[in-house]
Design a protein around this ligand. Structure first.
Ligand code: SF4
Length: 245
């Protein structure tokens, strides 16, 4: 009876996972979000705006916005049109402006204008899902949570830290395999690694500090592509003749 070979996702051992984090930590000793904020409220707003947008683009918009509206009350006073005016350069700005006003109203109505230190309450805020709640819990309240965005998802799956088909599955596995001392910084290390080294199209495996640990099957392909491109650009050495057979 013939049977299809089963391809199991490859996973790092705990010891190798710890080594991977140690190397990422060495490369970036002080991991922090690249989003600018001045208090928990502006952090929530910045993370809501960052969906499908770059942190740099969000920062350009929120710099002037947070100067005039750094509390829910001030944001409400600005109104939806006023918020929209500031964030028009950010993708999905119409919907995001609505959410920023609605979440400001909800913070005032239900939480005395403060950002609640509570996952369930955070997740009821308009525009806030599990990922945003995780970022706020970690960044504003120092909780050990790992928010799984597109970069974290890709890095976790490629390296073998956590093989999962959904962000929730990856988050569960990351929480299990990440050593306690790295939990606080894990989200930032993985996101920054995904943003700058383990990029989506052609990961920079040649310069990757976790290259020998990573289990990505196409690692060498990615390297080969880089090398092939580089050598295609080089002029042929003078006097070189093509061999014929
Ligand atoms: S070796 Fe390549 S695939 Fe693996 S983590 Fe580094 S950049 Fe990503």
């Amino acid at each position: 009876m013939s049977s299809q070979p089963i391809t199991r996702p490859r996973k790092l051992t705990r010891a190798r996972a710890a080594e991977l984090y140690a190397r990422l930590a060495e490369a970036r000793p002080e991991p922090r979000t690249e989003l600018d904020y001045v208090n928990p409220f502006t952090l929530v707003v910045a993370v809501v705006l960052s969906a499908q947008a770059t942190d740099k683009g969000v920062n350009r918009a929120t710099g002037p916005l947070f100067q005039i509206a750094d509390t829910p009350a001030k944001m409400l006073a600005l109104g939806e049109a006023g918020v929209a005016k500031h964030i028009k350069t950010v993708g999905l700005w119409r919907n995001k402006a609505k959410n920023v006003i609605a979440l400001s109203q909800q913070l005032i109505d239900r939480h005395g204008g403060e950002v609640p230190h509570d996952r369930a309450a955070l997740e009821t805020l308009p525009g806030v899902g599990r990922k945003t709640a995780n970022v706020v819990l970690a960044e504003a309240f120092g909780e050990a949570t790992i928010a799984v965005d597109t970069h974290v998802f890709r890095v976790a799956n490629r390296t073998g830290l956590a093989a999962g088909e959904t962000p929730d599955a990856v988050e569960r596995q990351l929480m299990k395999i990440t050593p306690a001392q790295y939990l606080q910084g894990a989200h930032h290390w993985l996101i920054l690694h995904g943003r700058y080294v383990c990029v989506a199209r052609t990961p920079k495996c040649l310069e990757c500090p976790v290259n020998e640990i990573c289990l990505y099957r196409h690692k060498t392909d990615a390297q080969a592509k880089v090398s092939a491109k580089a050598s295609a650009k080089k002029p042929a050495p003078s006097g070189a003749k093509a061999r014929k057979r």
